[in-house]
Structures are given as C-alpha cells and as structure tokens.
Design a protein. Structure first.
Length: 277
C-alpha cells in the first residue's frame, strides 16, 4: 500500500537539527516555538523506539499542534544489518525496523526516511543491486503495511551516494511503495550537484531535506538554509513544476549554527521563497 501524498508542499524542521542539544521531545517544543507547523521526528536512541516514548511524542505533538510528516531512525544502529550475510543479524535488524514503523504509524507519519546499506568497512561486497533490491522491496512493502512509504535518502557514506544509483537499483525493486528523499547537504558532501539527484529520483521523489552550503569555504561551508549559495528558488520552482506536494524539511547538522533562534530566520526565508516559486 502506498501512503497518501501530503496535502500541500510545506516547510518544516527536523528534530535532528537539535541533535545533542535537545532531547527529542523538547526538540518538538522548540520547533513549535520557531513557527513550524510540520516536522520530522528523528529517533536517536533505542529507548525512543519503545511504545511508551511514542505515546509521549504523540501527546507532545498534539499539544503543540505539530503535524509529523516523517520519521527517521539513527540508521547506523540497525540499517546496515538489514543487508547482512548473517541471518540472525538480519532478523534482529528487522525487529528494530518494525519498531520504528510502529512509532511512525503512532505519530501519524506518512514516510520513513531510510539510508540503506552503508559502503564503509568493505560493505560493498554485499551490495550488488540484484541482492539488495529485493530486500529493499520487502522493506518497502512492510512499511506500506504500517501506512508509511519508504523514502530512501541519498547519503554520502551509503551506497546511494551518487545520482546514478537510483537507476541501477530500481530494476531490482518490485515494490511501488519505495520513494526517494533528496538531501541537499549529502549531495554536496558526495561531490554531486543536488539537481542531478532531483532528476534521477524523478516521480519517486517524496521527501526533501534542506541545508545550505558555500563551496568556497572549508568543509563545504555547510550552513542554515538561506545563508549559503544554493539556489532554493530554483529547487522550489522545479519541485512545483514536477507536481511535488510533500514537505521540505530543514535538517542542518546541529554544530553548523549558533543560537536555536537562527532556525526561525531560515524557516521564514524558505517559506517566502516557496510562496514565490
């Protein structure tokens, strides 16, 4: 089952933006104070996969009037093991994956952001598309049973690190419940133009992570949206032209900005550009 599309394109903030600064439930409160109405919930510890914590987040979001559009787990904790050659590792990882799906359903999310196989420490030996495609297909179908769509994100340290990977793996994925997440900062860290990923993802694009950069500065000059050189006006215009109606979520690393209030400036800037796109 494919999850229903979002009602209209909107700008939100991820709780990951406050990683190591605020615990997840307090990050929801900060997002609301900053003026956002939609958000992504980043579950960053095993205890946050438990039902009791999900109920806490659900109540907090309802109290604040926040709409949770997506969930995102600390993928290093289990996602690479979903593709392990070890049966027991795969079984344990599958259980964790289902816990995250239950949290997503509880929170009313429609998307699960997914990194997929890592390409570190020789993991490429397990990574033939013919092998991982059917696994991803099964994961996407399972996500559909919980009312979510699997949104595979481009990530610099994962197999989906270059735009061409989408075309390489899709012939091996039978599920139509697989979508893609475009992450601007991860595209730049991979050494590619974010618009190349946008083109490669095509109609399967179902989610967007926003960050900014300035390649004239060290470490890609990563910064809050609106403070760098990325052409957000073009991005929003192309998204609208392609019929995209999902969310665009501000998701910077928490160490690339100063005061939390700076995120409010970025939120306003992105909403203004979206309105004029």
């Amino acid at each position: 089952m494919r999850a229903a599309p979002e009602r209209a394109m909107d700008i939100g903030i991820s709780t990951a933006s406050f990683y190591s600064r605020l615990v997840t439930e307090d990050a929801l409160s900060a997002i609301s104070r900053l003026g956002a109405e939609v958000c992504e919930v980043f579950l960053d510890s095993y205890c946050e996969y438990e039902p009791e914590f999900g109920e806490l987040l659900k109540a907090r979001a309802a109290e604040l009037g926040l709409r949770v559009v997506s969930v995102h787990a600390m993928s290093q904790q289990f996602e690479p093991q979903l593709f392990s050659l070890s049966l027991r590792q795969r079984q344990d990882a599958w259980k964790l994956f289902e816990k995250v799906l239950r949290q997503g359903r509880l929170l009313g999310a429609k998307l699960l952001v997914f990194h997929g196989p890592a390409r570190l420490r020789g993991a490429i030996r397990n990574a033939a598309c013919a092998r991982i495609g059917p696994i991803v297909s099964d994961l996407a179908d399972l996500a559909g049973e919980y009312g979510l769509r699997l949104a595979w994100e481009n990530v610099s340290w994962c197999l989906f690190s270059h735009p061409g990977f989408a075309a390489e793996v899709l012939p091996h994925v039978k599920s139509d419940n697989l979508g893609f997440t475009l992450d601007v900062k991860q595209a730049v860290r991979s050494g590619h133009d974010p618009f190349d990923y946008l083109a490669a993802m095509g109609k399967r694009l179902c989610h967007v992570h926003l960050c900014d950069y300035d390649l004239q500065k060290p470490d890609y000059g990563l910064c809050l949206p609106g403070k760098g050189t990325f052409d957000f006006q073009r991005l929003f215009s192309e998204l609208k032209a392609n019929g995209y109606a999902g969310a665009a979520i501000i998701e910077p690393y928490s160490d690339i900005y100063g005061k939390v209030e700076e995120l409010s400036v970025s939120l306003s800037a992105m909403k203004g550009l979206l309105a004029n796109a």
